[in-house]
Design a protein around this ligand. Structure first.
Ligand SMILES: [Zn+2]
Length: 477
């Protein structure tokens, strides 16, 4: 039988750069043996001294793991025209690392699992994982990866710890408020496991730095909360051939998948275009239940560890959603999109792209048509109200937000209800629209303007600025 074996990038140097090799064989084992005979070094990469396929190399027959198709690979027949896909767990051969006595004790509960053993623990020690974001997802993710003994953990974040983070970002303690996240994270992770290396990257990811940064790691775990970074991370991973372990959360819901363009779809295959700014939940001022990132970030850590160990079935081509309120996991099957702009047959994205504008599109565009005159600062509003000027102060937030804090003497119409309730207002009145910060009030302002409200302003910084600068007895959120 003529069988085609697809060769992964790290092994191509053994077969003169060929992407695939054709061999004659009747079983999967015979096909691999035939491949091994072509090059002794390649043989060493995929077989151990006893002639067994190394456990961190996976062989897929079509889309099925060949190891699951028979008791041994010698019992899995191949047919003419079959395609075998060789998938090493991560690039490179067996790691040249040693475990100290103390490490053997520390990881003993790993070493006694047949799927890990001392070989697997060495792979963990030799592996390099980059975590994008040290927030709600990054907290359990980095803690578990550090505890499990991943040898180098990179942490990218530019933020400082805020009191509003502590409700879910369990990497930090209350005493860390005000400190740079990467600094506090490093301290915590090093205290957890002094035998590993924590590399901090206090930076904004951008098209000009992403390729160099990702190049130094085996696996990227994306735990960001914004679309520009998601697309940047995805595209860079595809271009560099790195797996992207993806997770995202919103309120009570989470999503997890593994995007690896060499073995399945990428994020762009599933979401070719980012949603328009108004529909993007990450751009909204949404909340999240504290424990939710703990659940989803732990699943993300699980997938990272599986990829390193080369065990189990990674979430490649599968997209799992979790709804905490219903307690329902749903698994969706996702396929590679031939038209995908970055991993498709004729890609149009061939270098990382910055999508800075995404979440600011609304703000930037609107402020441009708004002009300066329509924004009013909290100080100016305060003074002019004190001087007796009449304003209709319109709060467009959700009712549950208004229960936390509001500006005295304001009226309330949630943004979603505004279009159907405009008739309640007199367009001759002078309006100041506010929300939590500024986002939704810009949209509300636009709506008012279109409906002929000539005297409408946006309160710059919203109720948050008011609580910070005018009345510090008011709570902030
Ligand atoms: Zn794709």
């Amino acid at each position: 039988m003529k069988v085609k074996i697809l060769i992964p990038t790290p092994l191509r140097r053994f077969v003169d750069g060929a992407k695939s090799v054709e061999v004659e064989a009747a079983t999967v084992e015979a096909a691999l043996a035939a491949l091994g005979r072509r090059n002794a070094d390649l043989r060493k990469q995929i077989f151990d001294d006893a002639g067994h396929l190394r456990n961190f190399v996976n062989v897929f027959l079509g889309d099925r793991n060949a190891r699951e198709l028979g008791a041994s690979l010698a019992e899995v027949p191949v047919r003419d025209g079959d395609v075998l896909v060789l998938i090493p767990a991560i690039a490179g051969g067996a790691p040249e690392v040693k475990l100290s006595r103390e490490e053997i004790l520390r990881y003993s509960r790993h070493l006694i699992i047949p799927e890990v053993t001392i070989e697997g623990q060495k792979r963990l020690k030799a592996s390099k994982v980059l975590c994008i974001g040290a927030g709600g997802l990054g907290s359990p993710l980095t803690l578990y990866l550090a505890a499990a003994g991943v040898g180098r953990i990179g942490v990218v974040d530019f933020d400082t710890v805020d009191l509003t983070n502590i409700q879910r970002q369990i990497l930090y303690s209350t005493a860390d408020v005000g400190r740079p996240k990467v600094e506090a994270a490093r301290e915590r992770l090093e205290a957890l496991n002094p035998d590993i290396e924590i590399v901090t990257h206090s930076m904004h990811l951008a098209s000009w730095n992403v390729m160099d940064l990702f190049g130094a790691y085996d696996i990227v775990a994306d735990g960001t909360d914004n679309f520009p970074t998601r697309y940047l991370v995805n595209d860079a991973c595809v271009l560099l051939g790195k797996p992207n372990v993806y997770a995202s959360i919103f309120r009570f819901e989470g999503q997890v998948s593994v995007f690896d363009a060499a073995r399945g779809p990428c994020y762009r295959c599933m979401f070719p275009e980012p949603p328009p700014p108004g529909l993007a939940p990450s751009c909204a001022e949404g909340g999240v239940l504290g424990v939710l990132p703990g659940i989803i970030g732990s699943l993300q850590a699980l997938e990272v560890l599986k990829l390193i160990l080369g065990v189990g079935e990674p979430l490649i081509g599968r997209f799992v959603t979790f709804d905490g309120l219903d307690f329902k996991f749903r698994e969706l099957s996702i396929g590679k999109n031939k038209e995908c702009a970055v991993c498709g047959a004729s890609p149009t994205v061939t270098a990382p792209v910055d999508y800075e504008a995404f979440c600011q599109v609304r703000g930037a565009e609107s402020e441009a048509d708004l002009g300066q005159a329509t924004l009013i600062s909290v100080e100016e509003l305060h003074q002019r109200r004190d001087a007796g000027e009449q304003f209709r102060l319109l709060d467009v937030r959700e009712p549950h937000e208004r229960k936390i804090v509001s500006i005295p003497d304001s009226i309330h119409t949630p943004f979603d209800e505004l279009p159907s309730r405009l008739h309640e207002f007199d367009s001759a009145d002078q309006f100041v629209v506010y929300c939590h910060k500024t986002g939704r009030s810009l949209d509300a302002w636009r709506l008012l303007r279109k409906a002929g409200f000539g005297n409408a302003y946006v309160l710059s910084g919203g109720v948050d600025a008011w609580a910070q600068r005018i009345d510090s007895t008011l709570p902030r959120y």
